[in-house]
Design a protein around this ligand. Structure first.
Ligand code: EPZ
Length: 423
């Protein structure tokens, strides 16, 4: 069980490069299943979740070659359209193979992803959409069994449909968009997720010969095609990693420059950081931030893109913990995403939770302590607080961090942080 020891109290300063986006990479890897020709992705981040997805695809029969930050996937033969529980339980995003498998192989057996620390996280919308496209879907012994209907020619193929998701769902939108790419006829996804990662996936699918329009808006139209060909695609920068490092600089009174960033994909976060008193400059693909001597508390409410992202809520709570004033944080996307609050309180933060609302009263200083990570973004919040706290903070269970932050220690060390990994 690895731990991270942080000697806090000094400002984060310097420059680091942003990695490829985890939440774009995962659906893009699954998209390789849609074609019998190779898909080459570049700017692929080295993350545990990416390795998990690659392992899952390999056991389905996908040939995988890695070369630096590029990965080439050849799904010409899929001899095992199965996503077993052992793999899905470690990464819920494995559900993203469901749509592509049913569309390409005509069938899929995918373990129901369990819940996780932040909520029950059902996948009923994924199932509802596939069913509307003609798939026979049942849930047996913890597995989703799905088959596409048999056509007159004996082939199995989904049919286009008008889909409406009950709530905005990012991977739900991605799963259904991938399934629709090979369906017979037109599919319209209403109430679609507008996240930039959805648009990145659509751009890659169109490079593979799909006919998708409207991705990035709440209505996506897909004209199904018979097959998709190979392509090359560069993964977009990680907007949540970008926001995380900006919050670290803000909370420690530092100054940072991030290269290879896409400022347009996290405007709500930049807006809140500016409101807290940070000076922000965007120059093409780089974002610079200079923290004020005293941060102002900033209230926020998470909501689907383009509003403030739920994946940045924990990190911004750490910023508010050391700001001047009182902030009200409302989490509207997940039902249990405040686990970091009780850990932040161990560092001296003054946070009161009432349902999906957290009232954060800024304190002059946090004091280092031993804390425990519970999920990916909660861990990032504890790193930020540890960097701001006086003395040593030890974060336990940091395998959560390794799932979503590439070369975390190296990047923090390059920014002047005093961190070391304890085996
Ligand atoms: C994606 O998860 C991200 N993961 C999450 O990032 C992110 O927090 C989330 O979107 C919201 O932005 C990936 O992209 C791999 P949802 P996803 O479906 O798609 C409910 C991280 O830290 N819902 O948009 O699973 C659901 O319970 C991770 O990188 C249903 O009820 O999230 C939630 O309350 C954490 N039924 C809300 O919708 C469904 O069928 C939004 O979930 C689907 C979702």
């Amino acid at each position: 069980m690895h731990k991270l020891a942080i000697e806090g109290g000094s400002p984060i300063q310097g420059e680091v490069a942003v990695s490829g986006a985890k939440n774009a990479a995962l659906p893009l890897l699954a998209a390789a299943l849609l074609s019998d020709e190779p898909l080459t992705l570049s700017n692929v981040p080295r993350l545990v979740d990416v390795d998990t997805m690659l392992g899952l695809l390999a056991q389905m029969g996908v040939a995988i070659e890695r070369d630096g930050d590029s990965v080439t996937l050849d799904a010409s033969t899929i001899d095992n359209p199965l996503a077993p529980y052992e793999r899905v339980k470690t990464m819920r995003a494995a559900i993203l193979v469901l749509g592509p498998l049913v569309a390409r192989a005509g069938e899929a057996k995918v373990s129901l992803p369990g819940g996780c620390a932040i909520g029950a996280r059902p996948v009923d919308q994924h199932i509802k959409g596939l069913t509307a496209m003609g798939a026979e879907v049942s849930v047996q012994h913890g597995y989703i069994l799905a088959t596409a209907p048999k056509g007159r020619d004996g082939g199995r193929r989904l049919s286009g449909a008008r889909l409406f998701t009950d709530m905005v769902t990012v991977t739900g939108t991605e799963n259904l968009m991938m399934a629709a790419a090979l369906a017979q006829g037109e599919t319209v996804i209403e109430n679609a997720a507008r996240e930039p990662e959805v648009a990145d996936l659509a751009e890659c699918l169109n490079r593979m010969g799909a006919r998708i329009s409207g991705a990035g808006s709440d209505e996506i139209r897909i004209q199904g095609v018979a097959r998709l060909h190979g392509a090359r695609h560069r993964i977009m920068p990680d907007r949540i990693e970008t926001g995380t490092y900006l919050c670290a600089a803000a909370a420690t009174g530092g100054k940072i420059r991030l290269s290879g960033a896409l400022a347009a994909s996290l405007e709500a976060v930049l807006d809140k950081l500016a409101e807290s008193g940070c000076k922000i400059a965007v120059d093409g693909e780089s974002i610079s931030l200079e923290a004020p001597t005293k941060l102002r508390s900033v209230s926020l409410r998470t909501s689907p893109y383009p509003a403030f992202p739920t994946d940045m809520q924990a990190q911004f709570m750490a910023v508010n913990a050391v700001a001047e004033g009182t902030a009200v944080i409302r989490e509207t996307v997940f039902e249990n995403r405040f686990m970091h609050a009780v850990e932040l309180s161990r560092l001296g933060a003054d946070i009161k939770i009432d349902g999906n609302t957290a009232v954060v009263k800024g304190v002059a200083r946090l004091e280092g302590a031993t804390v425990m990570a519970t999920d990916l973004r909660a861990s990032a919040s504890l790193v930020i607080a540890g960097l701001a706290a006086a003395g040593e903070t030890v974060i336990e269970r940091i395998y959560h961090l390794d799932r979503g932050y590439e070369q975390l220690e190296q990047k923090l060390l390059a920014l002047g942080a005093r961190v070391r990994r304890l085996k």
